[in-house]
Design a protein around this ligand. Sequence first.
Ligand code: SER
Length: 341
Amino acid sequence: MARKPVVLVTGAGGEMGHGLIHRLADLGAFDVLALDVRGLEPGLARRCAAVRIGDILDRHLLDRLRSEFEISVVFHLAALLSTRAEFIPETAHEVNVQGTLGLLRLALEEARSLGQPVKFLFPSSMAVYGLPDLAAKRAAGRVAEDRWLDPITMYGCNKLYCEHLGRYFARHYRQLAAQGGPGGVDFRAIRFPGLISAFTLPSGGTSDYAPEMLHAAAQGRPYACFVREDTRLPFMAMPDAIGALLALMEAPGESLTTLVYNVGAFSPSAGEIADLVRAAFPAGHIAFAPDPRRQAIVDSWPEDVDDARARRDWGFRPAHDLGRAFGEYLLPNVRRRYAGP
Ligand code: SER
């Protein structure tokens, strides 16, 4: 029985999975095998060639996927985000690290059975950075990939280590074994900033205040923002994040000078986001009620990232700056989403 060729998307029902699966289905060039711990909403499931519900930590499930499907690309999106992970750090470590290890192993075995490299696209995060205090954050400005790698969250530690795991699988796997050795996993990672989607809400992250205030105000609901007004983080509209994943997937290996790339698009303060949201949805009421502990996490993340390498190596160029993100993507779609029947 022939195995069906597919692109595997883990965390398929999450925010990025949602955006990616719709884009892959629109492109029509790939059949998607979706994996998530929960069932997908019908509109999303319909766009997949196959959907499997289960835990990425279940090794037998991953083996069964390999027996049924020929997996040439893995988008490993499943993760527990930074806020949720701080409540259950050991579980987060299992999902984020052990889960990634299992998927890397799947990719390696698949590459060996196909006789060609398997691309492994990994969303890393600005959470890998850890600036010691606000003064350092302000002085650092746009942070390059090799600076300030002292994360203070379990999620940030997990993402940083998984970048190293990816590099190990791509370049050094079983380097002392008599046979075998590296080869097979074509690991490519993007450190994303906070992401904002018009169609979905994140859950369990610490950059969630931006999408939360937008979606709350659009429904006329009050929102208490858990960081100070002057808090600045890099953000990106979801379509640009998905575009970046696909552009990195397509990039010729020879043009890549690193395995891990920063990307950014705009870097507003929470107050600037609130002003844009208030102007669009005066009925919503946005207040600021900083939570010191979540504030400390965002204060350790850079206020902007240096993405010159991504721009140079694979032509990264986000279509949306702050004005276009709100004017052309977020506001029209969010208005439509919450308009009455
Ligand atoms: N958006 C993520 C979070 O807040 C960071 O990658 O956890």
